[in-house]
Design a protein around this ligand. Structure first.
Ligand code: ZN
Length: 195
């Protein structure tokens, strides 16, 4: 456990910039990443409200700042990531460290496009305990050859990972950010309704 490295950046998920909770730990050659409490920017949340409850939006859309946020949270809460969960942990094989100019975060990129393990939760305590349990599990796997990614485990995760941005790659492109959030919300809604 003394050899574990902790990172301040989120380790996975394209929308992780808008996740209020993230934990990222390197245990040996593995990265354990937990994100949750996804809270997209306001334009994205307004799109979400328009799709799911246009009457709500007509009534509360005029509120400003924190007042809007408070009402939005009461009505919708945090957005889910993946299937009906607001937190998730994923495990990847650690690849080469981040090489974004001026970043210096040290965070390794995942070395391939498949997660080795995953878990989901719906509150912060479970997510934190789940993160630690996953670190311990994969620290014990260190000497073994990497396991093959479980096929079909979670197609949505795979799709997201393909588009993953590990640390600062999308900082500074604000208009794209809203589009990413909107696309992500649409994708998750579609997947949930397809299940
Ligand atoms: Zn970096």
């Amino acid at each position: 456990m003394n050899d574990w490295k902790w990172f301040g950046n989120a380790g996975h998920l394209i929308v992780a910039r808008w996740c209020r909770i993230h934990l990222c730990t390197q245990v040996g050659e593995y990265m354990v990443s937990t994100v949750g409490e996804y809270w997209p920017d306001r334009p994205s949340r307004e799109i979400h409200a328009k799709v799911h409850d246009p009457e709500w939006l007509a009534r509360y859309g005029i509120l400003k700042g924190d007042n809007f946020d408070a009402e939005y949270f009461k009505r919708f809460g945090y957005e889910t990531i993946g299937c009906d969960r607001t937190f998730e942990t994923m495990v990847f094989k650690a690849g080469k460290p981040c090489d974004q100019e001026g970043c210096n975060c040290g965070l390794p990129y995942p070395s391939d496009l498949g997660e080795l393990d995953a878990n989901g939760y719906n509150n912060a305590g479970d997510a934190t305990r789940g993160h630690m349990a996953m670190c311990e599990k994969w620290a014990a796997h260190e000497e073994e050859p990497a396991l093959a990614a479980e096929s079909g485990q979670d197609l949505v995760e795979y799709a997201l990972l393909v588009a993953m941005i590990a640390c600062g790659a999308i900082v500074g492109i604000g208009s794209l950010a809203t589009e990413i959030n909107s696309a992500f919300l649409t994708l998750s809604s579609d997947l949930v309704s397809a299940l």
